[in-house]
Design a binder for this molecule. Structure first.
Ligand code: GLU
Length: 496
């Protein structure tokens, strides 16, 4: 069998949607597994909606996700150019060939006329199919009209009876009646190729063996097959992936949450987590493994196990996978990933000393399990710097005001005063003595301690928190971090 060649063919008309990213990923996984070629082709023929900044973003988002391509507009290749806007001569050359063979014809109908016909058909409850009005204009007359400067599109002459059948690798056999397919436009009157035409020219000339794309293109496929037939070319294999939906079963959109790869990157998802999640969107490995690295996914991926039913985008599962992948990172890597988010929140000094780094690594190890995404870290870090007893909620205030709490705080204050800087063992011993002194235990003992040291009723376990703030208090930060002692002094002041 010939070498597998697949392509991802986005239009640079917006940010990369996760649905499209999943299409790119499935193509990539398939290519890498089959030791084939993954091509990036950019379909930028929609001059009104294509933008250079989207093109740049597209490439950087795909790279961020961990995808690379063997051929493409930036890396070149033997089948280029890979930007459709640079392939116009090819579309015109084959257009001329089809016209000469009378497999295509010039259509002089104006967009207004076509629109009126379309509305008429819809109003009469019929499918809006092109009437074929220009089909029988003689080639000589048509050529003369074009030579006079009359605007004309090029249409494919299709049989109006019969059917087109193809075997979809995901959906099985699919059959379309030609009656409901009018003569599709190949080249618009402005000279731009139509999608259904350009895609065929490109897929054929780029020797694409498998077209893996979204199910929204299923109804285009018979039209494309008609173009293959007219040109006497063999069509590639098709695999149409079910759409990505939100939990309410509508197309995934901003209403559901983040939808662009760029947004997920900004929110602090690890690329390997999004990669892992997208790979499982409509596909699962035979043994149901979930936390997988790209190399493992390449080994396991199987196009025939791709689901036909809609893939529901489950944000909770993505959060879970992100936490799993975060956990797998070394402390150093966690810090590297977290730094931009902490910097952005203004929590870090200009220059980080080795002590800062060591402290941050420890703090991250303690906090990272509790966050879904790195952008949530800043709020967690804030808690080291924020100690506002005047802003305590009612529950916290009530805890501190209890008579027994006052005793605990009094005793704790005396002990800490003698101790100086605490590690957790010192702290545990101190709590033990406070317990003996006050005769209190359990919640009555620990709740006031937590509130007096944090101003909050919940948060990081004290065995992690205490050593961190004691250590952190010795370092310089844009906002000071208070030691246990300083916190207790303030708590006692608050109680007076
Ligand atoms: N430019 C098309 C799209 O983004 C490509 C579809 C295809 O893969 O054929 O939907």
């Amino acid at each position: 069998m010939s070498k597998v060649r697949v392509r991802f063919a986005p239009s640079p008309t917006g940010y990369l949607h996760v649905g499209n990213a999943r299409t790119a990923l499935f193509n990539w996984l398939f290519a890498r597994q089959k030791k084939g070629v993954f091509i990036l082709r950019v379909e930028d023929t929609d001059i009104e909606r294509s933008r250079p900044e989207y093109y740049e973003r597209l490439l950087s988002d795909l790279r961020w996700l961990g995808l690379d391509w063997d051929e493409g507009p930036d890396v070149g290749g033997a089948y280029g150019p890979y930007l459709q806007s640079q392939r116009m001569d090819l579309y015109h050359r084959y257009g001329q060939q089809l016209l000469a063979e009378r497999k295509a014809y010039y259509c002089f109908c104006s967009p207004e006329e076509l629109e009126i016909a379309r509305q008429g058909a819809l109003a009469a409850g019929k499918m809006p199919i092109y009437s074929g009005r220009c089909r029988n204009i003689s080639p000589e007359e048509a050529a003369a009209r074009v030579a006079r400067g009359e605007k004309a599109a090029v249409r494919l002459r299709t049989p109006n009876q019969g059917e087109i059948v193809f075997n979809d690798l995901v959906r099985g056999n699919l059959c379309f009646q030609l009656e409901v397919i009018g003569d599709p436009i190949l080249i618009r009157s402005n000279g731009m190729p139509a999608y259904n035409y350009a895609v065929v020219i490109d897929d054929h000339l780029m020797a694409v063996t498998h077209v893996i794309r979204g199910e929204d293109h299923i109804s285009n496929t018979p039209r494309q097959i008609l173009v293959y037939q007219a040109l006497g070319w063999e069509a590639p294999q098709f695999a149409h992936l079910a759409m990505v939906m939100g939990e309410d079963n509508t197309r995934l959109s901003k209403r559901h949450g983040a939808t662009s790869v760029d947004q997920f990157a900004q929110d602090g998802f690890l690329p390997e987590a999004l990669f892992n999640y997208l790979a499982l969107l409509g596909w699962s490995p035979p043994e149901g493994q979930e936390v997988l690295e790209p190399e493992e996914l390449v080994k396991l991926f199987d196009l025939t196990r791709v689901s036909r039913s809609a893939a529901i985008f489950d944000y909770q599962k993505l959060y879970w996978l992100n936490r799993q992948h975060l956990k797998r990172l070394s402390s150093r890597e966690k810090l590297e990933k977290a730094l931009p988010f902490l910097r952005q929140a203004g929590l870090l000094p200009e220059k980080l000393t080795a002590d800062h780094q060591a402290w941050l690594e420890r703090a991250l190890e303690a906090l990272v399990e509790g966050v879904d995404k790195l952008s949530d870290l800043a709020a967690q870090f804030e808690l080291f710097f924020t100690f506002r007893l005047d802003q305590m909620d009612e529950e916290a205030q009530a805890i501190l005001k209890e008579e027994s709490a006052k005793k605990v705080i009094q005793a704790l204050g005396e002990e800490i005063d003698q101790q100086g800087r605490l590690n957790f063992n010192d702290f545990a011993a101190i709590v033990q003595r406070v317990r003996q002194k006050t005769g209190l235990k359990g919640r009555a003992l620990f709740h006031p301690i937590r509130v007096a040291l944090t101003g909050q009723t919940s948060g990081l376990e004290l065995d992690k928190f205490i050593p961190l703030i004691e250590e952190g208090a010795t370092l310089s930060w844009p906002r000071p971090m208070l030691s246990c002692q300083a916190r207790l002094n303030l708590a006692q002041e608050w109680l007076r």
